[in-house]
Design a protein. Structure first.
Length: 290
């Protein structure tokens, strides 16, 4: 069965993650699995044995007291994970997800997902987690690595959520954005939503033709589309268009080397994720999706 995989840390972004997860599951007619990864606690500083005199031999000593403290930390982490998952189940059931699967795993989120073998339609994660809850200018430390390694489209949740009716598709006419166009057309995730198709670039005949060709493909697939071609920085153009047209979701590609869709190799998409007040759908055109 198709699954929406929802990754949570129980942070203040969790409600937005669960609402976005429920929305995606409903659109895709998919089940939901919630994943919380218990990461190793920072290593405890061991007691040091300075025996050795002038030789200054330093031998870490893992004492019974430290071992007991380690066990207590593990127990606390597992209790916290269980609470996070139970809270997720309650929130998802309230949002209409009947029977979410709850999974706790040890390690790092990126490593757990690299070895994930079950089929996934889309991955949902908050753009910030516990470690950046109070740092409004930052994005979660997992996010960059996760999207780089993800085999699936990634929905990045913001703190709030409201029903998604219109999405903005950041388009540049290059092969990666054409791959995103194929995903938008073929996936049921965005079917029936209004599309604002935006290109940041010179108002040339070539750009206008590429934009019009994309518009025609979207319209042929049943989308209501309006197009906009503007000069300017991509993030500025997208931000202005998103505000002007009451955009509920941004859609863009990952790992393009084009000016418009650079992903974490430059500042464009990083800044868009940092500044966006609406969820973002990132599609990695280099990888096949399960």
């Amino acid at each position: 069965m198709a699954t929406v995989l929802s990754c949570t840390e129980g942070s203040q972004y969790a409600p937005g993650i669960y609402e976005l997860t429920a929305w995606a599951a409903s659109r895709l007619q998919a089940g939901v699995e919630v994943l919380h990864v218990v990461e190793p606690s920072p290593a405890l500083t061991p007691a040091l044995d300075f025996a050795g005199g002038a030789g200054i031999a330093i031998t870490p000593v893992y004492t019974p007291e430290i071992a007991e403290l380690d066990r207590e930390l593990v127990d606390l982490a597992n209790e916290k994970s269980a609470k996070i998952l139970n809270d997720a189940r309650t929130a998802l059931q309230a949002a209409g997800v009947a029977d979410p699967v709850l999974t706790s795993s040890d390690g790092s989120l990126v490593d757990v997902l690299k070895h994930w073998e079950k089929p996934v339609e889309v991955l949902v994660i908050g753009k910030r987690g516990d470690e950046t809850d109070t740092e409004e200018g930052n994005i979660g430390h997992h996010l960059q690595s996760l999207i780089r390694s993800s085999h699936w489209p990634v929905l990045v949740a913001t703190r709030g959520f409201h029903p998604i009716q219109r999405f903005l598709f950041s388009f540049d006419g290059g092969p990666p954005s054409l791959a995103v166009l194929d995903f938008v057309i073929s996936s049921p995730l965005l079917k029936g939503l209004s599309c604002t198709l935006v290109m940041a670039g010179e108002p040339s005949a070539e750009n206008a033709a590429a934009l019009d060709a994309a518009r025609q493909q979207l319209q042929n697939a049943g989308f209501t589309v309006e197009t906009h071609l503007h000069e300017g920085d991509p993030e500025a153009v997208s931000a202005w268009e998103a505000a002007a047209h009451d955009i509920d979701l941004l859609v863009m590609g990952a790992y393009s080397h084009s000016r418009f869709l650079q992903f974490f190799t430059g500042s464009t998409t990083t800044e868009m994720i940092r500044q966006s007040r609406v969820p973002i759908l990132l599609v990695n055109s280099k990888k096949e999706h399960s």
